[in-house]
Design a protein around this ligand. Structure first.
Ligand code: DX5
Ligand code: ZN
Length: 215
């Protein structure tokens, strides 16, 4: 079954705990937390303090997507705040191998995200060290952008690479996911769908999550 990770970027930030409780009750598998610093991406979102405040309000696993410059400075603060998975952008670090191993040594799962224009070959020498690969199907920075169809072929090629390498890493897709694009990326090999505006904008939260999970 496909896993669904609602992105809190589309939640009501004045009622975050309540919105997180709503998606938890509606069947979310994990919570996707988008961290933006106004430099790596033009938008600014939340820091470890907000994540730590949310932690006692939900049992959901925290999937932290770092869209920041110098992300290595934030690994420990977000892990202390309750992250179970830290995903770092390949484009945001000079020493990707070091960053991956720093995350693993801190005792949590490690993901690497690739922007739409970033080729899969940056994973060549680290793929077997990863728990997750995040394929961005929009350029990061904002919710509710249009899905970029190039993600489909990229996911299929990644799936082949993981099979050839005997990797059990999960493929996560983020950006413009709804019932149509969700179907397309799951067919291509995605395991986890991140969705912000589609889920939080739905009248029937439970129905929207169930639909994505059934793909
Ligand atoms: C974009 C973020 C996404 C975003 C997805 O930079 O990484 O997680 O919240 O939002 P939707 O699903 O609305 O495209
Ligand atoms: Zn994200």
């Amino acid at each position: 079954m496909t896993k669904v990770a609602p992105s809190i970027l589309s939640a009501d930030f004045a009622h975050l705990a309540a919105d997180v409780a709503r998606v938890e009750k509606a069947g979310a598998d994990m919570l996707h937390i988008d961290v933006m610093d106004g430099h790596y991406v033009p938008n600014l979102t939340i820091g470890p303090q907000v994540v730590a405040s949310l932690r006692p309000h939900t049992k959901l696993f925290f999937d932290v997507h770092l869209m920041v410059e110098e992300p290595q400075n934030l690994f420990r603060p977000f892990i202390d705040a309750g992250a179970g998975l830290i995903t770092v952008h390949a484009e945001a670090v000079v020493h990707l191998h070091r960053a991956v191993h720093q995350i693993k040594e801190l005792g949590v799962q490690c993901g690497v995200a690739l922007n739409p224009a970033t080729p899969l070959n940056v994973l060549e020498y680290i793929v077997n060290d990863l728990d997750l690969i995040l394929i961005m199907s929009v350029n990061p920075g904002f919710a509710a952008q249009g899905y970029l169809p190039l993600a489909g072929r990229k996911i299929s090629e990644l799936k082949t690479m993981l099979n050839e390498r005997g990797s059990k890493a999960q493929i996560q897709v983020d950006g413009g996911i709804n019932s149509n694009t969700g179907y397309e990326v799951v067919k291509a090999g995605a395991d986890i769908l991140v969705a912000g505006s589609y889920i939080f904008g739905a009248d029937d939260l439970e129905g929207a999550i169930a639909l994505l999970k059934s793909m």
